[in-house]
Design a protein around this ligand. Structure first.
Ligand SMILES: [Zn+2]
Length: 130
């Protein structure tokens, strides 16, 4: 089982589901990122958070929540949940399409990722290993 960072607790935020959500999610990373353990993973994390939050705002339902777990020397897990229990699809987007490539990007950038559904919502999580 992954070690959870001893210097940082699980950090969570609820984001207003509007056009500024991805920007606020990146600011949340600025404030809560664990530089001690996960400094190298930051560029991927910024992209993944932006995609997952944008997907949740565009295709999910409020409330949109972002959680960040540092797993110490192993890496970090990012989770974005929303109030729509439907499983997101990995759409095949044409090159240049503005939307629909989010989960393909998450698939490429993540070491592991998945979707957990529950009554009244779902969580898409992405794990990045050091
Ligand atoms: Zn840490």
């Amino acid at each position: 089982m992954a070690q959870v960072c001893e210097s940082l607790p699980t950090e969570q935020v609820t984001l207003a589901a509007d056009a500024g959500a991805a920007r606020r999610a990146r600011r949340f990373l600025d404030d809560h990122w664990c530089v001690e353990h996960a400094a190298l993973l930051r560029p991927q994390a910024e992209l993944i958070v932006s995609e997952l939050v944008t997907n949740a705002v565009l295709h999910g339902k409020p409330p949109v929540r972002l959680a960040l777990d540092c797993e110490g020397a192993e890496g970090v897990t990012i989770s974005v949940s929303d109030g729509d229990p439907g499983t997101p699809e990995m759409r095949r987007a044409s090159p240049g399409a503005a939307h629909g490539r989010g989960l393909q990007l998450v698939d490429v950038l993540s070491d592991e990722w998945g979707v957990r559904t529950r009554p009244g919502g779902k969580t898409v999580w992405s794990r990045l290993l050091v």
